[in-house]
Design a protein around this ligand. Structure first.
Ligand code: PRT
Ligand code: ZN
Length: 287
């Protein structure tokens, strides 16, 4: 048996780290994290974690220092590294947006023609402006982009927005979305066969965790005469399980429903005669 380990780079501390660690723990991978530790080898999966600054992760994966990495798409696309995106991870969602002082009148993107835009994302910003035929100047600054307009450095900014609170408290308003981002799992483009096999195992586990996150296990009681109508409302993985209850004429029904349809389905189930509805989280879902 080979002793080759996968090496994965994750953010040491910041907006990506908590959810990254949670994901791998939910995949059943045991490892130590936190404190001043910069490296950790899992005790039950052939994987080693490197804890780094997020900006360094794409480069390490491109060079093969790490095989895999978790990074925000915004950082990845800004630096256009040659790595493979193997999975969208669905957390650390945010957007790169253009914003201007709140009291300015905005019509459309031509507003920015001839203006200065402060940003930490000059490449993504310039690509967006070019694609929309707007000629503007970008000024790269590495942090506190939001104060640029109030100190006269630029007329607008292009920065990461999540809740919009930071823009608001700096007297700015969001006027156009440049790029939508979330955390992604990236891979070196030339993994060995052994590492590809390990990655496939890891992806299988990530898929099971992600599927479960979007699903709920539903248990309910119903009279047999209402069964058909209730079953028509429940998709289930194949079809719902029906278990007889001790009370004559009653059954218990078990099924899986998507988080998105949740309230709508629950309402219609009650109308169809479902009682004692229990909704439970699912930890893993393997099809
Ligand atoms: O120390 P290190 O270099 O590792 O971390 P970092 O400070 O560079 O990055 P970090 O931890 O702040 O963000 C990591 C990644 O999280 C980013 O690259 C994005 O992909 C993602 N992300 C999600 C965000 C946000 N949400 C976010 N809100 N990154 C930054 N912000 C900042 C934004 O720059 C702005 O200052 O939060 C402010 C806006 O937030 P709202 O909620 O007020 O709109
Ligand atoms: Zn960073």
């Amino acid at each position: 048996m080979s002793t080759e380990n996968l090496r994965i780079a994750v953010q040491k501390s910041g907006r990506l780290s908590e959810d990254s660690l949670k994901l791998f723990k939910e995949c059943g991978i045991k490892f130590e994290s936190g404190g001043s530790k910069l490296r950790s080898v899992s005790s039950n999966f052939p994987i080693e974690f490197l804890f780094l600054r997020d900006d360094d992760i794409p480069g390490y994966v491109e060079d093969g220092v790490a095989d895999l990495g978790v990074i925000g798409q915004n950082v990845l696309m800004e630096n256009s590294r040659k790595v493979d995106i193997v999975k969208e991870l669905g957390f650390s969602k945010c957007r790169l947006s253009l914003a201007i002082p709140r009291n300015e009148t905005y019509t459309d993107l031509t507003y920015f023609a001839g203006k200065n835009i402060a940003t930490s994302y000059p490449n993504l910003t310039n690509q967006f402006l070019l694609a929309n035929g707007v000629k503007a100047q970008t000024h790269e600054i590495s942090g506190s982009v939001e104060i640029a307009p109030s100190i006269g450095l630029a007329e607008g900014i292009c920065d990461i927005v999540s809740t919009g609170g930071t823009l608001l408290s700096n007297g700015l308003k969001e006027v156009a979305e440049v790029f939508k981002s979330q955390a992604v799992l990236i891979s070196n483009a030339n993994l060995s066969q052994t590492k590809k096999d390990l990655l496939a195992k890891l992806l299988f586990r990530i898929d099971s965790v992600q599927r479960a996150q979007n699903a709920k296990y539903v248990v309910l009681n119903a009279k047999k005469e209402n069964l058909e109508r209730i079953i028509s409302l429940l998709p289930g993985i194949k079809s719902p399980s029906v278990v007889p209850l001790a009370t004559e004429g009653w059954v218990s029904l078990h099924s899986v429903i998507s988080e998105n349809d949740f309230w709508e389905i629950i309402e219609s189930l009650r109308e169809a005669g479902a009682e004692g509805i229990l909704v439970l989280p699912i930890e893993k879902m393997i099809l």
